[in-house]
Ligand binder design. Structure first.
Ligand SMILES: O=C(O)c1ccc(O)c(O)c1
Ligand SMILES: [Mg+2]
Length: 598
């Protein structure tokens, strides 16, 4: 399958966009008229540039408001089309996208639309070109793919066919089965975009919120499956209008785009290096310095962890409690999550898969006698390690007993939560989905004290690997960051109240939750009175969903951005306590201000 991308997906000049598309391995591009019009390069130069980069120009677009108009407008439209054919000739491209009219000049007359498209097809054919007619979901009279297909059939011209765009089809909830009745040769072009499920004006939805396949809620696999079943053999071409991608580094966005098509191809049954099973969080590494190192060590200690190992060649300590493992890496940093490690059934294959999905492979630094851990960089820079048990032998035991210690009842790692850079949120979800083979949940949003936060978790089928991704919905200004880009590790306990009690007694820096929260909790969820009293006493938060209950508590922020959480899932509770996150954020903020003025 050839892979294409519309220049509108990427930021920058036409030159930037073409270079980025080529570097990411695309075969072809759709040239957007706006990108050409603002370019100093002539169409012939653009053609040469594309040829040099190994890119074909698969489509020129958009040609608007053509069909079903009165004769004088029709004449003007034909003239306008001829001038665009001139441009296409120089570009060396043969397919022009005509999108269904939104013009006040247009009339509701399929016969007229078909007759005028027939004439346009005649003009195109004379120049060795063809017309791909696309129903915009907000077209004035033609707004569904089946309607556009009726008109193309009626136009009955070999140079007039369809452009199917997944956004327009799926946003309208059209019946997909009809696609299979269209001869593949009459589908001249296929455009792909995903999108989140939003209940809003479809034009706004399309122009601002499209996503690359696998990032949103549409079933692109089913859609493309229908199209390929027709015998369509043209490119799979991304056409994504997205406010964030339009401002992002085009090279990065193009890689994200390519990753989306690789994931789609795999879901359609193309061979790929299958994702090995992930069995859990092996460890999470915090980079610390001489101030934050002792602070973290003290907190972990009071939380029942023991320093059970020292790395043989690096200034890295292993802290354990049950299967909860934290590395403190003293090579720098104000305390932040520098790496997360997942246990893989086949770490070598995990790394090969990651590389095949264009994940940046990190250089390996290890001595001959140390475990060879493969790692890739996630979009936010966090290193993701794939490992099995071998890595533990890189640590010299300290003699302290962490694995069997009573500690404070922690058993393992429930999730790692990472705040994403504004530009990389959707990229990150797709990264974890494709590179690690995790399944993204639906995004959720909550109102935090300093703005809305969007949150999305990615998990493995057994729910033993959970990574929560968060982002502020707008760029943060000077005022907003209560805790700048907070990150946390959540550990599991079978008895959160007992853990909280033990940790408090040991002097762990736990976060105090205000009384108002418990009054509101009583009103909302009415936990049994003795439970409510215990939650209140130990500043433990509570949530419930249709599957079960969730009890959890937090530490203060340690260093500038990291804190720790302890959670207990009762029954099949699926969430992360999003309803309680604003309470935690406000409490962290209060402490920060108190410390500053104190
Ligand atoms: O938003 C638009 O106008 C527009 C233009 C061309 C397309 O192919 C499309 O899907 C949308
Ligand atoms: Mg389109």
């Amino acid at each position: 399958m050839r892979r294409g991308i519309a220049t509108v997906c990427l930021s920058g000049t036409l030159e930037d966009k073409l270079a980025a598309a080529a570097a990411a391995g695309f075969d072809g591009v759709e040239i957007f008229e706006n990108d050409l019009v603002v370019s100093p390069a002539s169409p012939a130069e653009v053609r040469r540039r594309c040829a040099d980069l190994g890119l074909s120009i698969d489509l020129y677009q958009p040609f608007r408001d053509f069909e079903a108009v009165p004769p004088p407008v029709f004449e003007a439209n034909l003239r306008r089309a001829e001038r665009k054919f001139d441009v296409m000739e120089q570009l060396g491209t043969d397919t022009m996208l005509v999108c269904s009219s939104v013009s006040p000049d247009a009339v509701d007359d399929d016969d007229l639309a078909a007759a005028q498209l027939h004439e346009l097809g005649e003009r195109a054919a004379r120049r060795g070109m063809r017309i791909a007619y696309e129903a915009l979901a907000w077209g004035r009279f033609v707004d569904t793919y089946d309607h556009s297909w009726r008109i193309v059939r009626r136009a009955d011209h070999p140079a007039v066919g369809l452009c199917l765009d997944s956004f327009h089809v799926l946003s309208r909830g059209s019946d997909l089965s009809l696609i299979r009745t269209i001869p593949g040769a009459k589908i001249f072009f296929l455009q792909l975009a995903d999108a989140p499920r939003l209940h809003m004006d479809v034009l706004q939805w399309s122009r601002h919120h499209r996503l690359f396949p696998g990032q949103g809620a549409f079933d692109l696999t089913a859609f493309v499956g229908h199209v390929l079943a027709t015998g369509y053999a043209g490119p799979l071409s991304l056409e994504v209008f997205n406010d964030v991608f339009r401002q992002a580094d085009p090279h990065r966005a193009a890689v994200d785009a390519m990753r989306s098509l690789l994931g789609l191809a795999e879901s359609l049954g193309e061979p790929a290096i299958a994702a090995p099973e992930l069995t859990g969080h092996a460890f999470t590494e915090l980079s610390v310095d001489e101030t934050t190192g002792p602070q973290l060590a003290a907190a972990l200690s009071a939380m029942g962890f023991a320093c059970t190992g020292e790395h043989r060649s690096k200034p890295v300590q292993l802290w354990t409690q049950g299967d909860a493992r934290v590395l403190l890496n003293a090579t720098g940093g104000p305390a932040e999550i520098s790496a997360l490690a997942v246990a893989s059934a086949d770490p070598v294959r995990s790394a090969r898969r990651a590389e095949s999905f264009h994940a940046p492979v990190l250089p390996r630094e290890h001595r001959a006698d140390e475990a060879d851990l493969s790692a890739v960089a996630a979009p936010d820079g966090t290193a993701v390690f794939f490992c099995r048990d071998g890595w533990l032998s890189d640590f010299t035991p300290t003699g302290a007993v962490g694995v069997t210690s009573a500690g404070a009842g922690l058993r393992g790692t429930d999730h790692v939560s990472l705040t994403q850079p504004f530009d990389n949120f959707d990229e990150a979800a797709l990264f974890y989905r494709t590179v690690l083979g995790l399944q993204p949940d639906l995004p959720t949003e909550f109102a935090a004290p300093f703005g809305l936060i969007r949150s999305r978790a990615v998990t493995n089928p057994a729910n033993t690997v959970r990574i929560a991704l968060n982002v502020a919905l707008l760029r943060r200004g000077e005022w907003a960051p209560g805790v700048p880009d907070p990150q946390h590790i959540a550990f599991t306990s079978d008895d959160v109240l007992a853990s909280a009690k033990a940790m408090r007694a040991a002097g762990a820096p736990l976060l105090e939750i205000p009384a108002n929260y418990y009054d509101d909790l009583d009103a909302r969820l009415a936990p049994p009175p003795d439970l409510l009293a215990a939650l209140r006493e130990y500043s433990v938060l509570y949530d419930r969903d249709e599957h079960g209950e969730f009890l959890h508590f937090y530490t203060e922020v340690l260093g500038s951005r990291v804190f720790l959480e302890v959670v207990q899932r009762i029954g099949g509770y699926r969430g992360y306590g999003a309803a309680n996150a604003p309470v935690r954020m406000a409490a962290h903020r209060r402490l920060r201000l108190a410390r500053r003025s104190g």
